[in-house]
Ligand binder design. Structure first.
Ligand SMILES: Nc1nc2c(ncn2[C@@H]2O[C@H](COP(=O)(O)OP(=O)(O)OP(=O)(O)O)[C@@H](O)[C@H]2O)c(=O)[nH]1
Ligand SMILES: [Mg+2]
Length: 448
């Protein structure tokens, strides 16, 4: 049965200069001809048309584009209508499309899903496209674009091809082992062991690098922690340049974790203001402090704030949080004379900052930028971006490790190499695609 012809608004909802409506499936051309009462659409050329509904009423003057299969986004016949982006125009054109025979509204992600099923892209590229649409910073855009253009697919398919070849070598050993030198061929044995080791270390290295890509998708997490009244909320507000958190002279003002997302030189950063650390019998405050500690423990970076009004007296609970992942800040620099701030031996240097005058803020932002860029620099190598990839890669790595220990049991070795290759195939959609399709397209929007 031929697939239904689907249509949807591909551009954002709401008033705009232009809105794009996408149509994909076997009826695309017929519908285009019927709505425009024109024919002779040249492939991939824009044509000005009047769109007319079944009653003969002119709905809009639009641009129409015609992409015959297979040279289209979905691999099917596709038509695009660029209409004026008013709500009524879009609603009426969509209604007219819905009344044409054989047409239905596309489900979430259905255009991209068809593109995957028609071999126009693999699952990692579809995921890259979703990330590209969601990208809010330049670094996110670069990573998503690389993935949408096949960076991860090439890497994973390259490994998979090598594994399939290796499996064939091992199986050749099994087949001929009884008769000739196949299984006992030490050269072949060594070559297989070497390739297994190479693949294992390449995949292991990629996995070790894993956090980078995922963090770039989700944002680098920076916790603002310190004693009560140290000036954490004031500093957060100064960093994000708005009154995101309540500030007061009352100790214990902040209770919940307050997350604020910002774009720091192209990197997505999520700052979290947290409850001040102190001993307390109050249940709600204790819960706030527990959450503060949990957020800090999971954060990529901590800003540990010491109260400048009390400096050089330091709070022990905050000091305990200073480690290699911490930047130390002395607050209220306007209250204490600017002097070299020295931390106890072995601790990173501290930065004096005033949320009131803004002194030291530029230095702190510079330090933050450096820390963020050093941890998450987006190099050329494709990075893993999803838990789905990580799970499959971990299975692949485990199978490879086992295969390496099975040089004397070729059937088992071949089976483990096959399973390792299948794990990679599940990421790209070469293996078990039906089982992962729903997971991959769950978060897509309609019109994609
Ligand atoms: N002079 C001066 N006062 C500051 C500065 N930063 C904060 N304060 C004051 O210090 C007090 C506490 O500030 P907050 O930002 O609420 O401190 P906090 O660490 O969030 O406090 P809790 O949420 O209670 O843990 C307020 O009265 C602020 O006005 C600063 O840079 N200079
Ligand atoms: Mg606060």
């Amino acid at each position: 049965m031929p697939a239904a012809t689907i249509f949807a608004l591909a551009s954002g909802a709401g008033r705009a200069g232009v809105a794009v409506i996408r149509i994909s499936g076997p009826w695309a051309l017929r519908v285009l001809e019927s709505l425009s009462r024109q024919s002779d659409f040249r492939p991939r050329h824009a044509k000005r048309v009047d769109l007319v509904n079944a009653e003969g009423e002119r709905l809009d003057s639009a641009l129409a584009l015609w992409f015959p299969a297979p040279h289209s986004f979905t691999g099917e016949d596709v038509a695009e209508l660029h209409v004026h982006g008013g709500r009524a125009v879009v609603a009426d054109v969509l209604a007219a499309l819905g009344r044409c025979d054989g047409m239905r509204v596309a489900g979430a992600g259905e255009f991209t899903r068809r593109a995957v099923l028609n071999g126009k892209m693999d699952l990692t590229q579809a995921e890259g496209l979703a990330d590209l649409v969601a990208a809010e910073t330049a670094a996110q855009r670069r990573q998503a674009l690389r993935q949408a253009e096949g960076g991860l697919r090439d890497l994973y398919e390259g490994w998979r091809t090598r594994l399939v070849r290796l499996q064939a070598h091992v199986e050749a050993g099994i087949d001929f082992g009884d008769e000739d030198a196949g299984a006992s061929d030490p050269v072949r044995h060594a070559a297989i062991a070497t390739e297994l080791a190479h693949l294992g270390s390449e995949i292991g290295g990629h996995l070790a690098d894993a956090g980078r890509g995922e963090r770039l998708r989700d944002g680098v997490r920076v916790a603002v922690v310190g004693a009560v009244n140290a000036g954490k909320s004031s500093l957060l507000n100064a960093l994000v340049r708005r009154e995101a958190a309540i500030v007061s002279p009352h100790a214990g003002t902040t209770r919940d974790v307050i997350e604020v997302a910002v774009d720091l030189d192209g990197y997505p950063v999520v700052f979290a203001d947290t409850a001040g650390l102190r001993e307390t019998a109050a249940e709600v405050e204790a819960e706030g402090i527990r959450r503060a500690r949990a957020w800090a423990a999971a954060a990529d970076l901590k800003l540990v704030i010491f109260d400048g009004a009390l400096w050089p007296e330091v709070d022990a609970a905050s000091l305990a949080l200073v480690d290699g992942n911490a930047l130390v800040v002395i607050s209220k620099a306007d209250l204490h004379p600017p002097r070299a701030v020295r931390m106890p031996e072995g601790r990173p240097p501290a930065l004096a900052v005033s949320a009131v005058t803004g002194a030291g803020l530029a230095c702190l932002l510079d330090a933050l930028r450096r820390e963020v860029a050093a941890r998450f620099a987006d190099g050329e190598a494709p990075v893993l971006t999803r838990a789905r990839h990580r799970q499959a890669l971990e299975e692949c790595a485990a199978r490879l490790a086992r295969a390496a220990s099975e040089a004397d049991a070729l059937e088992l070795q071949a089976e483990d190499i096959r399973a390792a290759a299948d794990a990679l195939g599940r990421i790209t959609g070469r293996v078990d695609i039906e089982q992962v399709l729903d997971v991959v397209f769950r978060d897509f929007c309609i019109g994609k």
